[in-house]
Design a protein around this ligand. Structure first.
Ligand code: FAD
Length: 386
């Protein structure tokens, strides 16, 4: 039987996962990336249970997490360093969370996709897609596929080419990321292994060991915050906000930030139109308070590949079933993440006791951790009906 064909647009976390998962299900897959090479943007990345499961199911897990840090705990602290909430992770029965460098994750995704037979074409911008499966390339060239998966990121232009209605909310906050060498001198021996998160006013600082050599720092603040100065963070400003991190912050002096991203929330009226399906930030971008944009992109890619690979269903029924089963869970995660932006909007005297209280109420902590455990729903309509 001739294999069904798929074109995947975008060589980010979502597109590469979808391409690998489809190829493993027997599809003939071509991935088109507009950049001259597949690149990782960002420093480190939190991979929770759902992302780890997705990586495992496409054979990319071992390479993605090799040598990556597995913290014993994550803590939210006051700006002066007092612990408000402590969550144990990576032990038996506890949530899993691994924080590799993004470059390592991307390399593993490329290798897994290539091993599964995906043809990766770089320097290949897609200009438009059509519900009938046509993909418009440079010089008026058109290729057709049984399925087109669009994972072209939060600034997606292809959403417009199929006339999908959507809401895109640009937030006043954004994030800068920096990677510095790890050192035993920055924090106490125990703290040096933990994920530490602190808020002060409209600022949030996240300090994450990535590998034995690398420490990943993420700075959230308003776009017009004086603490972000062009391509650098203002060390004195951030040290005033977070004195307990003075040594870590001093080490960022002169280190250029990897980039600034304004946070966004995207909601499509529908995740598919005809033969075209949207996943990742193009479909459900969210601010990174839960570290779940990549996790949900991968989870949704696996669910999509599973749904459309059933031999009995029509593609259109499969896409409708996929969205119906997967969308509620992903939107819960997305909306929780979006609500968490309010943590950057309240004064410390209100926020710190609230965080402490939330940590004491298992239901609150559990509902946030539950978001990181949602796995792709791999059941089908037939199985649902049983
Ligand atoms: C500060 C910050 C921290 C984050 N931390 C985490 C975290 O810890 N854990 C987590 O899970 N998530 C995190 N995220 C979210 C995560 O980075 C994104 O959700 C994820 O990268 C989205 O992947 P994607 O494949 O949908 O899009 P992208 O990664 O944006 O990939 C889109 C790709 O499509 C290509 N493209 C675009 N247009 C075209 C076109 N027309 N033709 C061909 N190619 C095209 C682009 O070049 C790009 O390679 C964070 C985000 C931010 C901003």
């Amino acid at each position: 039987m001739t294999p069904r064909t798929a074109v995947v647009v975008g060589g980010g976390i979502g597109g590469l996962t979808a391409a690998g998962a489809l190829a493993r299900q027997g599809w003939q897959v071509r991935l088109r990336e507009r950049q001259p090479e597949i690149r990782a943007v960002g420093a480190g990345i939190y991979l929770w249970d759902n992302g780890l499961f997705a990586l495992e199911s496409i054979g990319a897990l071992a390479e993605a997490v090799e040598g990556a840090h597995k913290a014993p705990e994550m803590e939210m602290r006051t700006r002066s360093g007092r612990t408000l909430v402590r969550v144990k992770i990576n032990g038996a029965g506890q949530p899993r969370c691994v924080t590799p460098p993004r470059t390592q994750l991307m390399k593993a995704l490329v290798n897994a996709a290539t091993a599964a037979g995906v043809e990766i074409v770089t320097d290949s911008p897609v200009h438009a897609v059509r519900p009938d499966g046509d993909v418009h390339l440079d010089h008026g060239q058109i290729e057709s596929a049984d399925l087109v998966v669009v994972a072209d990121g939060v600034h997606s232009r292809l959403r417009d080419s199929v006339d999908l209605a959507y809401t895109r909310t640009r937030m006043s906050q954004g994030g800068a990321r920096i990677m510095i060498p790890r050192s035993a001198h920055y924090l106490s021996a125990a703290d040096g292994h933990k994920h530490l998160e602190s808020f002060h006013g409209s600022r949030r600082l996240l300090c994450t060991p990535c590998t034995p050599r690398d420490l990943y720092l993420a700075f959230t603040c308003d776009s017009d915050d004086p603490g972000i100065d062009g391509s650098h963070i203002d060390v004195a400003e951030w040290t005033r906000s977070f004195p307990a991190f003075a040594k870590v912050l001093a080490a960022t002096e002169g280190v250029p930030m990897i980039r600034w991203d304004t946070y966004e929330h995207v909601r499509l009226c529908s995740w598919s139109r005809g033969r075209v399906a949207f996943i990742g930030d193009a479909a459900h971008a969210q601010p990174p308070y839960l570290g779940q944009g990549g996790g949900t992109a991968m989870t949704n890619a696996i669910a999509l590949a599973t749904a459309v690979s059933r031999p009995t269903a029509s593609l259109f029924d499969a896409l409708a079933g996929w969205e119906c089963r997967t969308r509620p869970g992903i939107e819960r995660t997305q909306n929780t993440s979006y609500r968490m932006r309010l943590l950057n909007r309240v004064p410390d005297v209100v926020r710190d006791p609230l965080i402490r209280l939330a940590g004491l109420l298992p239901s609150t902590a559990n509902s946030q951790l539950a978001a990181t455990r949602i796995r792709p729903n791999l059941t089908t309509d037939d199985e649902d009906a049983k």
